[in-house]
Design a protein. Sequence first.
Length: 170
Amino acid sequence: MFLGAYSSAMGGTALCVFSPLPAALVEPLVEAAFRAEGLVRHADRTRDWYDAAGRPYAYYLEATDFEFGPEETAPLESAAGVEMACQVQVHIGVSDPAGRPALGRMAHRLAVEADGWVYIDLHDPPPAGIRELFERAGRCVAAADDDTVFFVDAAAMAAWLAHPEFYVIK
């Protein structure tokens, strides 16, 4: 179910944040995260957001099972101690690596404010010791058997943002 903004230039990179809060409570937090990052809505297309360089951003608010089955979210919910109510997909609509740190910061802010967990797909090989970094900083749940995909809490996401090899894959 589509509840959020849509960018006409979709096709870039995204991060997902899972929250136990209902979508109606999360959406204002998403918009506040976009504004905190300096993004502005397009004057005529209020669902499109842009940064100062003109890069398009958007978000979707969806049910947790939109792209993930219960077998994938059960370990997350067990670690969090609560059932997740929605997922937010935060997108940049172009493949511009310069806009990806903003995605990370917005995902982190949502994790903080919406008691969320960020889904991170690092592909392989991820930076050496990344799981240990996540676990030292906060909480981390492997979302795949190969230590390349994780759900991380806000503290672990902050550590990833500060890591010299931080990246978000397309």
